[in-house]
Design a protein around this ligand. Structure first.
Ligand SMILES: Cc1ncc(COP(=O)(O)O)c(C=O)c1O
Length: 375
């Protein structure tokens, strides 16, 4: 079977380092190593680390810190992975192989990793969409119900959502949970942007409200540490968590030893709070730039402000496809944004505003130049 290409990641891999202004990132400017190493003592401890294999499911101190993020989780519910990417890979693989039914109900628009993984492993994907209605992104309950059949093993959501930055409101989340409970199926919830809410109010985790759940996440977005490649699955069943661990023997064996060690520093309570505060300040202040720019082009864009993450998903009325515009933007203006087609929605762009402020302003100015010349 031919591999379904993960268009979004391919596109970023090809171009993100070739342009002057990369406005595709969904996170903020990453931290520097020295921001984690806050004392001479820590520097010297790090220099003494032997670079052997690490505890393959993550060290106990790290799993303890991750479990603390979810009040009802314990260390045995946590599997450390190489980024959220491996967390999604392993949980999808497990669901498809070990759980009856080869279908998933998948929320769209979405970071398309689980979509592609599932199809590449021979499964069937039944989509249900978020729709922009009454100023927010909402589920269509009937569509969701239709997406769940007798062959469905899991409902998969991305909440907060990539690419819209939307957070499911409590009614919509309850509909998802009630339906899963009624059908006795899993929820796979990618919550990598949980903690990156502009308002600071934490999105509820499905882990704390449903008991047949795998939550995937990582340090890449909220903690500004994508280069550590450090993620996790938090699973409601200890024995399934153990089974998920047997899968990582075939993928990466273990997280990098240095990453496990540095992740413990990042999740330490004092540093964790300041890292998250830094994120919120940056998101709020850059969103002002982004929002002003969108309003300046109100004849071209309609948009719903994101509730979380450094991304927004405006709809445009330009006389060309998003793909064509993005291609010209890259070639003529050396700016990269993501065409909506890569999330299964045409006439949209995903624009990241996590860049440092001057770069964001300059990049957006160049997008304006192209808009003015084509509209
Ligand atoms: C929704 C979502 N899940 C998972 C990932 C992968 O994250 P990581 O860099 O931690 O592997 C991303 C990356 O952009 C994402 O947006």
């Amino acid at each position: 079977m031919k591999l379904e290409v993960f268009e979004l990641e391919r596109f970023q891999s090809e171009w993100e380092h070739q342009v002057e202004y990369n406005l595709t990132e969904s996170g903020i400017q990453p931290l520097q190593v020295k921001e984690l190493l806050t004392s001479e003592n820590l520097i010297s401890k790090m220099l003494d680390i032997r670079l052997g294999y690490s505890q393959t499911n993550g060290t106990i101190p790290l799993r303890q810190l991750v479990s603390d993020i979810y009040p009802t989780a314990g260390v045995d519910n946590v599997l450390i992975t190489v980024g959220g990417a491996e967390a999604n890979f392993v949980s999808s693989w497990y669901l498809l192989k070990e759980v009856p039914g080869n279908e998933i109900a998948l929320m769209l628009p979405n970071y398309m990793q689980i979509h592609g993984l599932w199809k590449n492993k021979g499964g069937k994907v039944n989509p249900f969409y978020l729709y922009p209605r009454d100023g927010r992104w909402q589920l269509d309950v009937e569509e969701l119900k239709k997406a769940v059949t007798s062959n469905t093993s899991a409902i998969t959501i991305c909440n907060p959502n990539n690419p819209t930055g939307a957070v499911l409101d409590s009614n919509d989340l309850k509909v998802v949970v009630d339906l899963a409970e009624d059908k006795d199926i899993w929820i796979l919830s990618d919550e990598i942007y949980r903690g990156a809410e502009l308002s600071g109010a934490l999105t509820p985790s499905v882990f704390d409200i449903y008991d047949k759940v795998m939550v995937t996440s990582s340090l890449s977005k909220v903690y500004g540490l994508p280069g550590l490649r450090l993620g996790w699955i938090v699973c409601s069943s200890d024995s399934v968590t153990h089974d998920l661990w047997t899968h990582t023997d075939y993928t990466t064996i273990c997280p990098a030893k240095l990453s496990d060690w540095l992740a413990i520093l990042a999740l330490d309570s004092s540093l964790q709070e300041s890292i998250r505060e830094r994120l919120r300040d940056h998101l709020r202040s850059n969103w002002t730039v982004m929002e002003n720019w969108l309003q300046h082009h109100s004849d071209v864009f309609s948009f719903i402000p994101p509730k979380a993450a450094a991304i927004c998903f405006p709809k445009h009325n330009l006389p060309m496809t998003s793909l064509e515009f993005v291609d010209r933007l890259r070639k003529e203006k050396s700016v990269l944004i993501i065409p909506g087609e890569q999330f299964g929605m045409e006439s949209y762009f995903r624009i990241g505003f996590g860049y440092e402020k001057d770069g964001l302003t300059q990049g957006l100015n160049r997008v304006s130049e192209l808009i003015e010349s084509v509209k």
